[in-house]
Design a protein around this ligand. Structure first.
Ligand SMILES: Nc1ncnc2c1ncn2[C@@H]1O[C@H](COP(=O)(O)OP(=O)(O)OP(=O)(O)O)[C@@H](O)[C@H]1O
Ligand SMILES: [Mg+2]
Length: 266
């Protein structure tokens, strides 16, 4: 199958991302079996499933952290096979991680600055981390525009260790946005957040979509958060897609209720 076909699995020409028939095994364990997903421009699509369903593994395969055993991944029609994570990032793919990873002593703005520099070919990450190269006015402007977008303008000079978990998660989002990605994978952005912080994260994501039109694949456990934000939802269980479609329909399917709530729930 090539990008020249009118249909690509479930995706169309013009899809931002098409992943077809992805298999990933870990020493005999099938973490993903024949998983196909597609994302259309500007969509926010959710990926849900119980613990161990394979959600992060799919993110890792799509973003180039892991190599699938088989299957094809196309970003705007371009086959990503053989491209490393940083090469995929340069093509417009960004992600956040399930476990929050910020550098305690770096300020919020410095996190964005380092991420921005790290993506540029030939940039010296070491010089940036040790503070021996200063941001250009243009870089600073770009970082500050993202901080304003996500409502972190007042926190720009605060070190990461002084932030609440909720604010830290927004910094991770901002860091992923600083290179203006076309496609963003968010791995449980509401994880560990209380109700108010989760509400705020939802508002920030709506703001990002309204202003930037970024296409987003959102991995989540919080079903209310998914219902609020995602037009479509894929449901994984034990490495297999058990439902997909408009969010309300996917969540209502008997297989999903069984997977989440146990036998008898359906
Ligand atoms: N690097 C690895 N080596 C071996 N097995 C792995 C590895 N990464 C994931 N797995 C296994 O693959 C399966 C899917 O894990 P994955 O982390 O993708 O699930 P998940 O849906 O993200 O779960 P959670 O909701 O807990 O984050 C699990 O059985 C897990 O133990
Ligand atoms: Mg996970």
């Amino acid at each position: 199958m090539t990008a020249g076909n009118a249909m690509l699995g479930n995706g169309q020409i013009g899809s931002v991302l098409v992943a077809n028939h992805i298999d990933k095994r870990f020493e005999g364990i099938a973490a993903l079996s024949d998983v196909s997903v597609h994302l259309e421009p500007g969509e926010l699509v959710a990926l849900i499933g119980p613990n161990g369903a394979g959600k992060t593994t799919l993110f890792n395969c799509l973003s180039g952290v892991l190599r699938p055993n088989s299957g094809q991944i196309l970003l705007k029609g371009r086959d990503l096979s053989g491209l490393a994570a940083h090469e995929r990032a340069r093509l417009g793919l960004a992600r956040t991680f399930q476990r929050m990873e910020l550098f305690g002593s770096l300020t919020v703005r410095e996190h964005l600055f380092v991420a921005h520099r790290a993506q540029r070919r030939g940039a010296s990450l070491w010089r940036d981390l040790t503070g021996r190269s200063r941001p250009t006015p243009q870089e600073r402007e770009q970082c500050d525009a993202v901080l304003e977008l996500v409502g972190l303008g007042d926190h720009a000079d605060r070190p990461a260790h002084s932030l609440t978990l909720g604010t830290g998660r927004v910094v991770e989002l901002a860091r992923a946005l600083v290179c203006d990605p076309e496609l963003l994978f968010l791995d449980e952005p509401s994880s560990g957040l209380d109700h108010r912080e989760t509400e705020h994260m939802g508002t920030v994501l709506e703001q990002v979509r309204a202003e930037r039109g970024t296409t987003i694949l959102l991995c989540e456990h919080d079903v209310a958060f998914v219902e609020r934000l995602a037009s479509r939802t894929y449901v994984l269980d034990c490495g297999k897609l058990i439902a997909e479609g408009p969010t309300a329909e996917a969540l209502a399917s008997p297989q999903v209720r069984t997977a989440y709530l146990g036998a008898g729930a359906a």
